[in-house]
Design a protein around this ligand. Structure first.
Ligand code: PEP
Ligand code: MN
Length: 362
């Protein structure tokens, strides 16, 4: 994939790329205030503002629409920082281009749909304008890559991926699950593709933005896209997650940039990225082991209540033969699987025996 690095079309030098601005453009005054304040930081290289908003439920604020475009152009001219906006179909692209907007992003709800992405790619065909591609709502790396490929095939080389977390039905601290291993895998597969992180949509609340932004820098991602608003509590969309505009510079200053940017940073980071990938995979293995242990404990309780023996030979035979078949199917070393599951099973018997003994002594 031919990618033009951001350093060729933006001036952030060796520093991470910072994109900031409101979730939604709400008024000309709001846009001018934000552009002026963010310009003063000297760190923000690009501004963001949603003009057409994809809302989960109807009858909520759906963005100011095309009438907001001239506000953005006015601010671009006055403060010299370009705006990027979300486009979700051909009409959006046309209206944005007509108004003079030259940077666009594709939202998570659009990346999931190859028809929409293709429509946007066709509308941009031959114009090598920068496009930021957010990950799809669901944790599907191929869908994300597919969207980037469709744009690339239309001649767009100024591409940047934006990691904004993945939708999940599980209750959790963050609004969207980070699944860091997915953008890391993307980076490993396409080392030339820059990936920035959107802590606002991952976190969903102001309190967690710092830790997510720091994690993004620690993992060696290339920048941040953060929502900021002069008065977030009154914002027409995403009020909980936007940083107060006046506090934004301080927020950035408090982040520690842990990875110095070397001349050949990509090459140097390659091994590092792979190690991070291993860390994430091990972390996930650990989560699975913990989950397994909890279920084993429930089974132990159930067996104790019904006076059933802990060790069930038939069940164990089924487990080990099925796991070995699965291992063969997946091309995983047979001996590794046999010994790991032996240990897992032994631990499970120990745990269940403890549960039963505890019950008996109650
Ligand atoms: C946004 O950036 O305001 C937005 C709607 O993001 P996402 O597509 O990541 O939900
Ligand atoms: Mn938003």
């Amino acid at each position: 994939m031919e990618i033009t690095p951001t350093s060729e079309w933006l001036n952030h030098g060796q520093a991470p790329l910072v994109i900031a601005g409101p979730c939604s453009a709400e008024s000309e005054e709001q846009i001018m205030t934000i552009a002026e304040t963010l310009k003063k930081t000297g760190i923000v290289q690009m501004l963001r503002a949603g003009v057409w908003k994809p809302r989960t439920r109807p009858n909520s604020f759906e963005g100011m629409g095309a009438k907001a475009l001239p506000w953005l152009i006015k601010a671009e001219k006055e403060f010299g920082i370009p705006f990027t906006i979300e486009v979700a179909n051909e009409d959006h692209v046309k209206a944005a281009l007509d108004a003079g907007i030259r940077h666009m992003w594709i939202g998570a709800r659009t990346t999931v749909n190859p028809f929409s992405v293709q429509e946007i790619a066709d509308a941009l065909n031959g114009l090598d304008i920068p496009v930021f591609v957010k990950n799809p709502l669901n944790p599907d790396l191929q869908l994300w890559i597919g969207a980037i490929e469709r744009l690339n095939a239309a001649g767009i080389t100024k591409l940047v991926a934006v990691h904004r977390g993945f939708s999940t039905y599980e209750k959790q601290v963050y609004r969207n699950k980070p699944n860091w291993e997915i953008p890391i895998e993307l980076k490993t597969e396409y080392p030339n593709l820059e990936i920035i992180v959107d802590p606002s949509h991952i976190g969903g609340s102001r309190a967690v933005l710092k830790e997510i932004s720091q994690k993004a820098l620690d993992l060696g991602f290339d920048g941040l896209m953060i929502e900021t608003h002069p008065n977030p509590d009154k914002a027409l969309s995403d009020p909980k997650q936007q940083i107060v505009l006046d506090q934004f510079e301080r927020f950035l200053e408090e982040l520690e940039e842990r990875h110095p940017h070397f001349e050949d940073r990509l090459a140097q980071n390659q091994l590092e990225q792979l190690r991070r990938l291993i860390d994430e995979i091990d972390h996930n293995l650990m989560e699975s082991l913990k989950h397994r242990q909890e279920v084993v404990e429930q089974i132990g309780n159930y067996k104790a209540e019904h006076g059933v023996t802990v060790f069930q030979l038939d069940r164990w035979r089924t487990i080990i033969s099925e796991r070995l078949l699965l291992a063969e199917d997946k091309g995983i070393d047979n001996e590794l699987v046999r010994s790991v599951w032996n240990e897992i099973h032994k631990a499970s018997i120990r745990l269940q025996t403890d549960v039963v003994n505890r019950k008996l002594s109650e």
